[in-house]
Design a protein around this ligand. Structure first.
Ligand code: NAD
Ligand code: MG
Length: 383
């Protein structure tokens, strides 16, 4: 079997390190490139183990230091956006795992699609801001997009081999995040340290805050719309605190398919990399004997306004999801530094959404410039 050549965009993050962990269990892969933003000590450690052809640091001020640390090897070192683009478009690359966080993933993902690569898509911000352009682009260039997000992997698996026309509805499940059981008054005073204590999943900081605000489910709602080509009215968010059912699909005949498993991202990551095959791995299987209950609740839009904001931004379309996403990125970063409160996140996003005029059918340039303008506006708001 020919080994698959993989580029990991964001190899030092939560998804990136879990991917390397599960990849190291098999000999089915070759790592072509590893990339990070600034954490060069970690990426050097990874490079010495996985021996990629290329290592990229996005922040150019770390370039010389990284080069020095890898000088005794034959590994090529690059930096900046041009480095990321080289890592995803090289002719040796088969699959690109997009595990960077934020809208920074957009440009390299587009480049990888245009190079006809298979995309294992973890970076949800890409489809949130540019789903309307990305999906047809992938079709045009014959690039396959395989979802890594656990919910979308579940939906993808439930739809495998089915006639898309018989799809009636998607049940998008949500853990409910760290503050599911608190009142609005209690949540109001919660700091980032508490929001970072996710009940079921261990993830990067940004997505863990997004889970606490339910913005993560809002982003996934938009992501599902584009990935599975459904109407927003066909997607229902269900809070399922145990995170065992990763999502479900209901067909026209009201038969429902669900995908279940332990909450471990290594399963959807390796599924996307091995697709359409499946192999043994060391992830512990679900033990039904120890499961006490699988429960479901309606999401509470009052305590968690971000979910409704995202659903409305999708309805408005155009540039609104980009503004929402950019505002959210800046506000979550400020919340992580204790500079703003929990509900300043949703309020700040709403201010940004009403400040800018919508642009229908935006180009990639419109999206990139709106992203920059929104960030500038929201940074001022935070000061
Ligand atoms: P993380 O913060 O742990 O890691 C982010 C990675 O991106 C790091 O390798 C970092 O070096 C890189 N990065 C950050 N900023 C960058 C920049 N400006 N330029 C280049 N590289 C940059 O994030 P994560 O939790 O691994 O999440 C990654 C993506 O996957 C996010 O879009 C997230 O929503 C999605 N996702 C994550 C999980 C999870 O379990 N962690 C689950 C589903 C989806
Ligand atoms: Mg998810």
């Amino acid at each position: 079997m020919k080994k698959k050549n993989i580029t990991l965009l964001g190899s030092t993050g939560s998804i990136g390190t879990q991917a390397l962990n599960i990849i190291s269990e098999s000999n089915r892969y070759e790592i072509f490139a590893l990339t990070c933003n600034q954490r060069i000590d970690e990426i050097v450690e990874q490079a010495l183990i996985f021996k990629p052809k290329l290592v990229v640091v996005y922040d150019e001020s770390y370039y010389e230091a990284l080069k020095g640390k890898l000088a005794h090897t034959t590994i090529k070192v690059a930096c900046g956006m041009s480095g990321l683009i080289e890592a995803v478009t090289h002719s040796d690359v088969d699959i690109v795992l997009t595990s960077v966080v934020g809208n920074i993933g957009l440009e390299p993902t587009i480049a990888a699609i245009k190079a006809g690569k298979t995309i294992a898509l973890a970076n949800k911000e890409t489809l949130v801001t540019a789903g309307e352009l990305i999906m047809p682009l992938a079709k045009q260039y014959g690039s396959t997009i395989l979802p890594v997000d656990s919910e979308h992997s579940a939906i993808f698996q439930c739809l495998n081999g089915e006639n898309h026309k018989t799809l009636d509805k998607i049940y998008l499940t949500a853990s409910g995040g760290a503050f599911r059981n608190y009142t609005q008054d209690e949540i109001k005073h919660k700091k980032a340290v508490e929001a970072l204590k996710h009940p079921n999943w261990s993830m990067g900081q940004k997505i863990t805050i997004d889970s606490a605000t339910l913005m993560n489910k809002g982003l996934e709602f938009i992501e599902a719309k584009w990935l599975f080509d459904v109407q927003p009215s066909q997607i229902e968010v269900l809070v399922h605190p145990q995170s065992i059912i990763h999502s479900m699909v209901q067909f026209r005949d009201h038969s429902i398919m669900a995908q279940l498993g332990v909450p471990d991202m290594r399963v959807p990551i390796i599924y996307a990399l091995d697709y359409p095959d499946r192999f043994d791995n060391s992830v512990k299987p679900l033990d039904f004997q120890t499961l006490t209950a699988l429960t479901f609740e309606k999401p509470d839009y009052k305590r968690f306004p971000c979910l409704r904001i995202a659903m409305d931004a999708l309805k408005s379309g155009g540039i609104m999801p980009t503004i929402m996403n950019a505002a959210n990125e800046v506000l979550v970063a400020a919340y992580l530094k204790d500079r703003i409160g929990f509900y300043d996140i949703s309020e700040g996003i709403e201010k940004a959404l009403s400040h800018f005029n919508n642009i229908q059918n935006p180009s990639i340039d419109d999206i990139l410039s709106s992203d920059i303008e929104t960030r500038r506006f929201v940074r001022q708001l935070c000061e």
